[in-house]
Design a protein around this ligand. Sequence first.
Ligand SMILES: Cc1ncc(C[n+]2csc(CCOP(=O)(O)OP(=O)(O)O)c2C)c(N)n1
Ligand SMILES: [Mg+2]
Length: 586
Amino acid sequence: MNPSTAFGTVFVDELVRCGVREAVVSPGSRSTPLALALFGRSQAGDPSAPRLHVRIDERSAGFLALGLGKAGRRPAVAVCTSGTAAAEFHAAVIEADEAGVPLIVVTADRPPELRGTGSNQTIDQLKLYGGAVRWFCEAGVPEARPGMAGYWRSLACRAWAMASGEAGGAPGPVHINVPLRDPLVPDPADPGSGAGSGSSSGEAWPEPLGGRADGAPWTRVAVGRGGTGERLRLDWAERGVVVCGDGDYDCAPLLELAEAAGWPVLAEPSSNARRGPNALSAYGYLLGASGFAAGHRPDVIVSAGRPGLSRPQLSLLRGAPGAPPRRHVVLASGPGRWDDPARSATEVAAAVGLAGAPSAARDSAWLAAWLRADGAARRAADSLLDGLAAVTEPRLARDVAAGRPAGTLLWAASSQPVRDLDLHMAPRAGMRVLASRGASGIDGLVSCAIGAALAHQAAGGGPAVALLGDLAFLHDSPGLVLGPDEPRPDLCLVVVNNDGGGIFSDLEPARFAGPFERVFGTPHGTDIASVARAAGLAYTRLERPGDLEKVLAGEGLRVVEARTERAAAAQLRAALRTACAAAIGG
Ligand SMILES: Cc1ncc(C[n+]2csc(CCOP(=O)(O)OP(=O)(O)O)c2C)c(N)n1
Ligand SMILES: [Mg+2]
């Protein structure tokens, strides 16, 4: 099956699973895969088969879909080809927005390489309807590679949820623009014309194209209007894990749930959920140890916030190849917002709870296994780190987090500081961890940390510490310059100076020795003390790991430099992974 046909078949199948019962198509060539798939499904004769309507004029088609959606109170789908056809939907989209009518508009488009070339029937369709839509998405050009089926299915589910209001906002129009590459018609060898019922065989396709079992949608979104959706019930007997990603959300109910159910809590530092008896401190090592990860696949994952800090965590969310997690419940972070970077969510909910009273069905061995492995990894990592005389990045992160008094604010830079914390921070209460994980930039972090410390202290909070890489520190060195009348925080900026971007030594470019240093490592040789001095700030250098508390002592805005080496740090991280995997037995 070619990619465009596979897309049409899978996407339409998923829309039908979501609940689409009415589809309006206007003639055109670029939209062929969608038109054929909708025609095929409309002929299927099963109760869920959508009714197909064809209108020559897209303007009429758009308004027909609007009427169907308005009276039926569920999104109808309108499909058109590329060019001015898409613009003809605009009036119906505006009415759907103003009147709160659910509507899914799918515009076929030329692939990127044909845009802006004078290619026939090609206009700029990106965000064509401006602010009138609840959600716009430019889909990727369909390709025959693993992960596509989940991508297309989750896309359809989001479209349905955003249009219907099930995502938590008001119903309204959504726009999906789909670039499609030739061939647009099924290959001669394909069974039928893309009229699959979701049981697409996926022959010559790198993975099964079918959806969830029993015709269920890929992601069932039940946030409800105003976030008042039902509370999803989870089963005590299931072996679950709670994954807390970055974000400012109330994690207390999740921690209670984990305790009641006997599930481990895998919390990123800036989730502020790494506390309580079920929180793990070395879960990254557990998930990264293939034996442990394979032997401890959960029945259910509950995730909140914005996960995605580490590859092992993403692998957990993604599941084994071709075998996504059986159940992955994502807690919405607000109306129309939920984070599912692995596109594996089976349900999106405003809240979760456990079904009924605790029962003997609870598997206590499950939590014990995670805690035992976590303890073993922790001890292995600690003994390796404590045996080194030099200042190292992982130990610095561990000790900074562990030693801060209650009421401290800890700002963690993107790049290695927040990842070192993720792997080494012991669970604790009484400290707030913040990080710019929205877009994970290394820019503006001195100013962010100053702003956060000022707000923290204005609200009666205690001292503040920031753990910054040298590039992040230099990126925002102008942020160090404060005029004499400016509010000044009590903030110790700890600069982990490995003379460049240490994170790249742990990534694939490290294999390319020739360009690596200049293009990725980016050593700069800057004298951090001089930078601090230029801004009139006190400066101290951490020479030995044991001196940490001494150098952190002080008041006001100040700089502490910890010098490390990138190559040595990469070796140490590899050694830590090996030692932890051995200790876990995975
Ligand atoms: C504004 C911005 N530019 C580029 C990047 C890509 N980037 C991610 S980590 C990194 C290196 C950061 O170096 P440093 O702050 O010294 O931290 P280290 O990796 O050494 O821990 C870069 C350039 C980014 N995230 N944000
Ligand atoms: Mg660095």
